[in-house]
Write a protein that binds this ligand. Structure first.
Ligand code: NAD
Ligand code: ZN
Length: 344
């Protein structure tokens, strides 16, 4: 269940009173420790003891070494099966904390309190937990729902602009795949900031939750959430491997431009709709220089995508603004043309 918190966090306090937890562990990174933890502790009313678990910020921490450290700390602090883990942070914290909690002693309870726009609208919802392995993202993980998700949009006030814009890409995606009115509202925002995006967080959350409710294990409609992500992930990985990491949403924005054009080339989307989509996304995101990326390197990554079966590249593509199809196999010629379209 997703709850938007009041300023006094009363719904969280009710939740903590109703359930009989033995102890609370709050997982933060250095930034959410500084900016979000004081707000949580200032409002949390509980007689239970709690411990703060802090990790360094960043995707590089989302690995088995960190998970192992956290499992060890939980063991040393005698966390039993009635302990609660509160994940207070962005997607790295909710993925990592969810993974550690869902595996420790075969699973203890956890809640997510997302603090980035990306985690509010996307990562904290849907029950996917996980860590990266070697240079592959989210290779090891579980499907486990948090007990609850509590959203407090004011946490966004301290979030750097680039992080906010990164999360906004997922909101645009939600509009494009499922809700034209949501898309229209978002693209009418002129200045991206906490205030302008906050009214639309709930709709994005609900779109994600609704899709997940229909298809938890990603057999069908959940695949639509991958729009922009097939090419987007390849761009994200190549930038990273060249020592020039970019934010996930920045890669997804570029991926959505390529895949909107690909939807058009494949005869699914009208040229007019494709043009509107591409121009709207370009309004928010600077051009990423992918001119040096070789087609074969991009294809190698596309073929490695977790969504593929039998070495075929599966795309989720738009058939209109607000409608998306999945398991579409595009021709190699059109994939290359969509990349060249972006390059030019
Ligand atoms: P993140 O957790 O790294 O947070 C981004 C940065 O913002 C970090 O430096 C963090 O310390 C800082 N931060 C967080 N909240 C802040 C606040 N309120 N004020 C100031 N700084 C703050 O990254 P993210 O973009 O939230 O999430 C990305 C991760 O989410 C990736 O690992 C991705 O794989 C994962 N993800 C998971 C799912 C899923 O379904 N499980 C979906 C999408 C993304
Ligand atoms: Zn994403």
């Amino acid at each position: 269940m997703i709850t938007i918190l009041n300023d006094n966090f009363s719904q969280l306090n009710e939740f903590l009173h109703e359930k009989s937890f033995s102890k609370i562990f709050i997982l933060v990174d250095e930034n959410t420790h500084e900016y979000c933890l004081p707000v949580l502790l200032g409002n949390m009313e509980t007689d239970l003891g709690f411990e703060i678990l802090e990790i360094e910020a960043g995707e590089e921490m989302k690995n088995i070494q960190t998970a192992n450290q956290l499992w060890e700390i939980l063991t040393e602090m005698q966390a039993d099966r009635k302990a609660l883990v509160i994940n207070l942070g962005g997607g790295v914290i909710t993925d990592m904390g969810g993974f550690v909690a869902s595996t420790y002693k075969r699973g203890i309870q956890f809640i997510n309190i997302p603090t980035t726009l990306l985690s509010m609208c996307d990562a904290s919802i849907g029950g996917k937990t996980g860590i990266d392995l070697m240079h592959f993202k989210n290779m090891v993980g579980t499907f486990t729902f948090p007990e609850q998700i509590f959203i407090y949009p004011k946490f966004l006030e301290t979030l750097p602009f680039k992080e906010l814009r990164s999360g906004f890409a997922e909101m645009l995606k939600h509009g494009l795949i499922a809700d034209q009115a949501h898309w229209e509202n978002l693209v009418h925002i002129n200045k991206l900031d906490t205030e302008s995006v906050t009214p639309y967080i709930e709709t994005s959350m609900n779109i994600k939750q609704n899709v997940v409710d229909q298809d938890f294990h990603e057999k069908n409609i959940r695949k639509t959430l991958n729009f922009g992500h097939t090419i987007g992930h390849a761009i994200e990985s190549l930038c990273l491997s060249q020592g020039n990491p970019i934010l996930h949403g920045e890669a997804v924005a570029a991926g959505m431009i390529c895949e909107a054009h690909l939807s058009y080339l494949e005869g699914l989307l009208s040229g007019e709709d494709a043009k509107v989509i591409i121009e709207s996304i370009q309004k928010y995101y600077p051009y990423l220089d992918i001119s040096d990326f070789k087609d074969e390197d991009i294809f190698a990554l596309l073929l490695n995508d977790k969504k593929n079966v039998d070495s075929k590249i599966n795309f989720s593509l738009l058939s209109g603004i607000g409608t998306c199809i999945f398991d579409h196999q595009s021709s190699q010629k059109n994939i290359i043309e969509s990349l060249n379209f972006y390059r030019n």
